[in-house]
Ligand binder design. Structure first.
Ligand code: G1P
Ligand code: ZN
Length: 544
């Protein structure tokens, strides 16, 4: 194989965030930008010569171009085999599964998740390690360090690879295998859930459903699994064709962006079950006829009912949630007497706990839930989990949620996002919050007495690694909480996220609107951080 070494200059902004390196496509299109980052990753890894790399993405604009570039750099750096999803497509959870199933050395996943796609929108790349999970911080730090001093990259002089025909080919000693992106993943789902029961529940009409693939990667997965394997009506999967620009929409599964689904689920004659996934297929939104299930509640309900699902019939070894996720799952863990871990935001922090068998289920408030079946959050898995629960319990979504609240109480929850805040303003907000950490404890604000204020620092119980500055928490004597943190996935300015929760034990007060029930805490959050005052805004950009 003929290999060329190309001189390059380092870029100083290649620091991976919560989930890989995400930038505007225009940034990635700069000469050597993608090449540098990929070479920096390979320079930071050891002993992969002759080994296998998995490659695929969510199909957004620049996906195919990036894949051809990466194939050549991977070939030049000595990988022995590349496993690539047909058309360059792989959902993030499917990529995680394929890395594990074929015992690959690692994988590169091309996605900016729920961020919009297109020539003027976002692109992203992240490296996943051999357990199928996102590279931990010690890797991503090393990638960044290397990217800052890189002065050349290696590339193989080979033709572009045909990404569309299945099968293996040899290219100058490199094996390239194009696989169907769905088959392995669908088989995994079939091994976890009761497909026979689901088929019956769908064919008998007990379950009717609508799944919004948001013109992103889960279309082909949902069609194969929900329609072909489980017999759902073909029109129950909407926006099923992956588009490079997601049809101009945000492929973000929430009530605002999945509006077609939301309208249907809150109208007369709504299906039993409605769900959506994001750009790369790892997020999920769960709804039922006239009800939206918050991701934090969804995690807790899954944990409370997991024994009803074939793969989890023996019970859970433990559960974990990201720090800003509501404490609903903690109550389930306490009741079942299993451990509950609180980790920083980002799926990478669950990896060690899953590998060590300390947890079976985990999730984040940001529409992410998953289990030990892969090392990413998994949108369709969550959809199938809920469908399986509905089928076993013979209960509609609303009844399942209300039953849960009756038993455990309700953690009323919301998140407010202020997007594209000027970075100095956002940093000033965080500094100001930091200064209040020592003064707030003991102070009273109406019925709310501050019990503690701190900046979340995580010590990984498995490898002892420490992650500092993971968000500011203000906890109250009555169990309520306000959390502030800056997003690590945005590409413009800074995004301030404010997470607010209050526990309500009284079942007669469970059916409140969260914004109303949390109004006092929302006011308090503004008093502490002054985001409206400092930015001149009147309301958050996104409320979930
Ligand atoms: C966001 C979510 C986080 C999730 C990540 C990747 O990160 O908040 O829970 O893991 O996207 O999907 P953030 O932008 O808050 O850093
Ligand atoms: Zn995603």
């Amino acid at each position: 194989m003929q290999i060329e070494t190309i001189e390059t200059h380092a870029y100083n902004d290649q620091n991976p965030g919560t989930s890989g390196l995400r930038k505007k496509v225009k940034v990635f299109e700069q000469p050597g930008y993608l090449e540098n980052f990929v070479q920096a990753i390979f320079d930071s890894l050891e002993d992969f010569s002759g080994k296998t790399l998995v490659l695929g993405g969510d199909g957004r604009y620049f996906n195919r171009v990036a894949i051809q570039i990466i194939i050549k750099i991977a070939a030049a750096n000595g990988f022995g085999e590349l496993i690539i999803g047909q058309g360059g497509l792989l959902s993030t959870p499917a990529a995680s599964h394929i890395i594990r199933k074929y015992q690959a050395f690692g994988g590169l996943i091309l996605s900016a998740s729920h961020n919009p796609g297109g020539p003027n929108e976002d692109f992203g790349i992240k490296y996943n390690v051999g357990n199928g999970g996102p590279a931990p911080e010690k890797y991503t730090d090393a990638f960044f360090q290397r990217s800052q001093v890189i002065d050349s990259y290696k590339t193989a002089i080979i033709e572009d690879v045909d990404l569309d025909n299945l099968g293996s080919q040899q290219i100058d000693g490199l094996k390239v295998t194009i696989i169907d992106p769905v088959t392995d993943y669908a088989a995994l789902m079939q091994s976890i859930f009761d497909f026979n029961l689901l088929k019956q529940s769908i064919s008998s009409g007990y379950i009717t459903l609508m799944f919004d693939a948001m013109s992103a990667i889960t279309g082909p997965y949902a069609k194969r699994i929900l329609v072909d394997m489980l017999g759902a009506a073909p029109d129950s999967v909407i926006n099923a064709e992956p588009l490079e620009d997601f049809g101009g929409h945000h492929p973000d599964p929430n009530l605002a962006h999945a509006h077609e689904l939301a309208e249907r689920m809150f109208s007369a004659g709504a299906p039993t079950f409605g769900a959506a996934s994001d750009g790369d297929g790892d997020r999920n939104m769960i709804t039922g006829s006239n009800i939206f299930v918050t991701p934090s509640d969804s995690l807790a309900i899954m944990a409370a009912n997991a024994h009803l699902i074939p793969a989890y019939a023996k019970g859970l070894s433990g559960v974990a949630r990201s720090m800003p996720t509501s404490q609903a799952v903690d109550r389930v863990a306490a009741c079942y007497n299993i451990p509950c871990y609180e980790t920083p935001t980002g799926w990478k922090f669950f990896g060690n706990l899953l590998d060590a068998g300390k947890i079976t289920l985990c999730g984040e408030e940001s529409f992410g839930t998953g289990s030990d079946h892969v090392r990413e959050k998994d949108g369709l898995w969550a959809v199938l989990f809920w469908l399986n629960l509905i089928a076993v319990k013979r209960m509609p979504v609303a009844d399942i949620v209300h039953e849960h609240w009756q038993k455990f109480g309700r953690d009323i929850y919301c998140r407010h996002d202020y997007e594209a805040v000027e970075t100095p303003v956002a940093n000033a907000i965080v500094d100001c919050l930091r200064q209040q950490i020592t003064t707030l404890p003991g102070q009273s604000f109406g019925e709310y007495v501050v019990k503690y204020a701190d900046e979340f620092c995580y010590e990984d119980p498995i490898d002892g690694s420490i992650s500092k500055n993971q968000g500011i928490r203000i906890g109250f004597e009555n169990g309520s909480r306000i959390v502030f943190r800056l997003s690590g996935t945005g590409t413009v300015g800074a995004t301030l996220r404010i997470y607010i929760e209050r526990f309500e034990a009284d079942a007669t007060r469970h059916n409140q609107d969260a914004q109303v029930a949390l109004a006092e805490l929302i006011e308090l959050a503004e008093q502490f951080c002054e985001v409206k005052k400092r930015t001149g805004r009147v309301a958050p950009d996104v409320t979930t």
